[in-house]
Design a protein around this ligand. Structure first.
Ligand SMILES: NC(=O)c1ccc[n+]([C@@H]2O[C@H](COP(=O)([O-])OP(=O)(O)OC[C@H]3O[C@@H](n4cnc5c(N)ncnc54)[C@H](OP(=O)(O)O)[C@@H]3O)[C@@H](O)[C@H]2O)c1
Length: 281
């Protein structure tokens, strides 16, 4: 969806791109695609074995591309000190970034009848503060350089409170408004801020859902293609697929609460499987 375009920023050979959460799903897909195009990619994630495998894959596909390079930055987005150290490594290697794709995220369902504040803390530390830590790191240098693109991966779940996913919906709503305020503040500096709201895309997050709860589920590569194309087109907001985004962005926010509650109570998701790797929780 196009909501006001800016100068067309292309992800081409030599571009210096950070992708947080590159060990699986959309982040991994973007890392490999951008390496294939010859971009320099700095990749983060906590699972060292998976990160090493993605870095190896990125190096293999970019083999022939001029200017390609890959930085392996194992660690968490939840620790501001660690994020500062990771960014320092990027600056040492490349002097800065042209693009920062803030993608790392988690999701776990919780019915409010078994409310655990810890679920909110964990989700917000990753999905919201993880983005904020990276914004703090990259904004000053991008503003100084007079250019750069920051893309945050939010979700269509941001637009209304989804059943059994309060922490996730609330965290993504926070990401949407955080990025909007950041975009307004950075207007005129040359730094673009893009908010990306995907619908359902195959990944380790959605692998744990019951397939019957996911409408218009996209293949990972299709999601990757739509995200990169939307950002490159110069859009401020990237929403997809149109069937779900029309409902979540334009219809759902205008439905009165009684009607929304009636409708969504009937759409309560089936149970979500826990993370296979408990250390990710
Ligand atoms: N798939 C969808 O349908 C969908 C829809 C809307 C929005 N999104 C958003 O898209 C983004 C990517 O998710 P995905 O669907 O591709 O799921 P995924 O396969 O589970 O990928 C999530 C990535 O985030 C990383 N991550 C999680 N916690 C982290 C932490 N504390 N520090 C650093 N990295 C961390 C994970 O790596 P480690 O575990 O190795 O750290 C992994 O690389 C998320 O922000 C998600 O909310 C996804």
């Amino acid at each position: 969806m196009d909501n006001g375009k800016e100068a067309r920023p292309e992800l081409r050979s030599g571009r210096r791109v950070l992708i947080t959460g590159a060990t699986s799903g959309l982040g991994r897909g973007m890392a490999v695609e951008l390496a294939r195009r010859g971009c320099r990619v700095a990749l983060t994630g906590r699972r060292r074995d998976k990160l090493a495998a993605v870095v190896a894959e990125a190096r293999a596909v970019s083999g022939a591309a001029a200017g390609a390079a890959c930085l392996e930055l194992a660690g968490t987005v939840t620790d501001p000190g660690e994020v500062r150290r990771q960014y320092a490594r990027v600056k040492d290697a490349w002097g800065g970034l042209d693009w920062a794709i803030l993608n790392a995220g988690v999701a776990d369902s919780m019915d409010a009848r078994e409310f655990r504040a810890e679920n909110y803390r964990w989700t917000f530390e990753t999905n919201v503060l993880g983005v904020a830590h990276w914004l703090e790191a990259v904004i000053p240098d991008m503003v100084k350089a007079g250019g750069g693109t920051i893309a945050g991966i939010a979700s269509l779940a941001a637009y209304r409170g989804l059943p059994a996913n309060g922490a996730y919906s609330a965290s993504k709503a926070a990401v949407v408004t955080m990025l909007e305020s950041t975009r307004v503040d950075l207007a005129g500096t040359g730094v673009r801020v893009v908010t990306v709201c995907p619908g359902f895309v195959k990944s380790e997050i959605t692998d744990r859902n019951d397939p019957r709860d996911m409408w218009w589920l996209l293949e990972t590569q299709d999601g990757v293609r739509r995200i990169l194309r939307g950002i490159e087109r110069g859009d401020r907001l990237v929403h997809f697929p149109w069937q779900l985004s029309t409902f979540m962005v334009h219809v759902a926010p205008n439905i009165p609460a009684f009607l929304y509650d009636w409708l969504v109570t009937r759409m309560r998701p089936r149970s979500k499987r826990p993370y296979a790797d408990e250390s990710r929780r």
